[in-house]
Design a protein around this ligand. Structure first.
Ligand SMILES: [Zn+2]
Ligand SMILES: [Zn+2]
Ligand SMILES: [Zn+2]
Length: 145
């Protein structure tokens, strides 16, 4: 799915971000994918248009502003996905589970499913909670029929 540049610009505006080319390209890329992207995926997709540091900064800024969230699946590299809930620069509220497909290797946000509430022992305060299910994703199970 191609997102119009105007739409991408409007999102940056909404989040109070300056419209640099790198931000526009990264956001457009993330909007066009249904799955989360690792830094290396983004680097590969954008070619050598931006250096590593610029990309890191862009992802960092997006995460800070509540535009995307990092996911730790079992691949070892952090992946990034757009936030669909009411995240902002003060707080992320991505309480959904993630699904990591062992066939295609992609990680998806399952926005419909909330992370179950857990009861921690006294003295423990969780700052964040990650819940990643592993198995075969919708696309891969459809392809195997
Ligand atoms: Zn978020
Ligand atoms: Zn899959
Ligand atoms: Zn997610």
């Amino acid at each position: 799915m191609e997102f119009a540049k105007a739409e991408v610009k409007a999102i940056l505006e909404k989040y109070g971000l300056r419209k640099t080319n790198c931000r526009l390209d990264v956001l457009q890329l993330l909007l066009s994918k249904k799955h989360a992207l690792a830094h290396a995926d983004i680097e590969e997709a954008l070619g050598d248009r931006y250096d590593r540091v610029t990309l890191y900064r862009t992802l960092y800024t997006f995460e800070e502003k509540g535009l995307l969230h990092g996911i730790n699946d079992s691949s070892g590299a952090a992946k990034y996905a757009l936030c669909h809930e009411s995240c902002d620069e003060h707080q992320h509220q991505d309480n959904h589970i993630h699904f990591s497909c062992t066939t295609c290797g992609q990680t998806y946000c399952i926005n419909e499913v909330q992370i179950p509430k857990i009861q921690l022992p006294k003295g423990y305060k969780a700052a964040s909670l990650q819940f990643t299910a592993q198995g075969i994703c919708k696309n891969c199970s459809a392809a195997s029929i």
